[in-house]
Design a protein around this ligand. Sequence first.
Ligand code: CU
Length: 290
Amino acid sequence: MGVQLPRRRGMSRARLALTLGIALGVLTLTGCSSQTQGEWKRLAMPEPGTQEGTRILDFWVNSWIAAMATGIVVWALMFWAVWRYRRRHEDEVPVQTRYNLPLEIFYTIAPVIMVLVFFTHTVRLQTDLNALSDAPDHTVEVVGQQWSWTFNYVDEPVAGGKNVYESGTGSYIPTLVLPVDETVRFKLVSPDVIHSFWITGFLYKKDVIPGRVNQFEVTPNRLGDYRGKCAELCGAYHSRMLFNVKVVSRADYEAYLQDQIDKGFVSDTPVTGNKISTEQAGLETEGGTE
Ligand SMILES: [Cu+2]
């Protein structure tokens, strides 16, 4: 008779192998397309479309690396302690350690240092992102209203100092057009409630608050189409507050403005405060179709 193998241990090993196999399969299957691979590399962030977005992405990825490194050390120590000091016999109580001053000082100070490092980097980046230049290449006044967006190209006056604009409604999704490699300042205003101006591919958003003008600047550096949305629950049709963003060449940008002028999207002053009624927006008033 040979040695009898412990049955239970064999079973749990098989289960472990199966779990690992499934996990590996999921990883391999989901990691096929180059787009998905890029998302893995960026830790779920979209590909940044601005100079600022690149810095935000770096900060995001590096923060995760630092957090994971900390996590791995902590998990390793935890599992080591659990295994090393496990109870080996029914009636045995492991050594109980308490009031270990050096240890307590260490695990108080170490997290404080980590928080300080994260905080310093956050503040530094935030300060840079909120800094306004003396003379941005363009200024767009963004009006967030229930429930769409208006974009006023305030520094591109037509003859007579008029203002070119694009205005959306709950059923018409407006498009914001920006020239590549030129700095644009957004001035955010709201005639009604708090909204949040968010272009996902720019990796940055800012609240649009009635009674004040929030501002920030970006330099788009990648041609392409981006999506924008309101990131602050602002009422029944909040989900309709979508917009498109096109980053185009200088020539296409000028052509776009001319096209808006030709279509008559020109006003004496920036289009603002024009709260769109539910009927104008083409929405149901009661028992909405949302
Ligand atoms: Cu909103």
